[in-house]
Write a protein that binds this ligand. Structure first.
Ligand code: GNR
Ligand code: NI
Length: 176
């Protein structure tokens, strides 16, 4: 297993539409395991492959708390088969938008089809934080971030702060 580095905004790699995997083989299984290790270390409750610079339709989630038994989900090529009309609102964060949070409303329940780590097709119904987290990760596969769901004013405040942070980080070595 290996820790991967997480890309933060602004970065063009976070805006790419990711490609389906042909099959979940050893290479994809290793990616899923490295992503889980990276997610737990961050710590976060989900991670999508584009966040580690891999433009593939792969994501991992685990919403179990630290004192609970881990419940990792390894997901490739996810498709939403059904979404509830009812919405749920969570205060979302993103490892690619560090230290920024905003309320986002999404369908409260979804029916999901995906390939699991054994390349088997699975269908599950998700609700609560798990449904929200999987939808947040699926957005990453389309190059969409949670700030794309909030007002342009709030979005630009967050993105400008992150851009400024990045400029400071890339110049401090030179000016020091
Ligand atoms: O760690 C994360 N927390 C979170 C909280 C509310 C809704 C979504 C998330 S996902 C986020 C990790 C991340 O950036 N995944 O892409
Ligand atoms: Ni995210």
């Amino acid at each position: 297993m290996a820790l991967l580095s997480i890309i933060t905004a602004p970065d063009p790699r976070l805006k790419i539409k990711a490609k389906p995997v042909k099959a979940v083989n050893d290479e994809i299984r290793r990616l899923m395991d490295d992503m889980l290790e990276t997610m737990y270390a961050a710590p976060g409750i989900g991670l999508a492959a584009p966040q580690v610079g891999v433009a593939k339709r792969v994501l991992v989630v685990d919403i179990a708390r630290e004192n609970e038994k881990p419940q990792p989900l390894r997901i490739a090529n996810p498709e939403i088969l059904w979404r509830s009309e009812e919405l749920a609102t969570y205060n979302e964060g993103c490892l690619s938008l560090p230290e920024h949070y905003a309320d986002v409303s999404r369908p409260a329940r979804i029916k999901l089809r995906y390939l699991d780590h054994e390349n088997e097709i699975r269908e599950v119904e998700l609700e609560g934080l798990l449904a929200t987290c999987v939808q947040h990760e699926m957005d990453h596969l389309e190059g969409v971030l949670f700030v794309d769901h909030i007002s342009p004013l709030k979005r630009n405040i967050i993105l400008r702060k992150l851009a400024k942070l990045k400029r400071q980080k890339t110049t401090e070595t030179v000016s020091a």
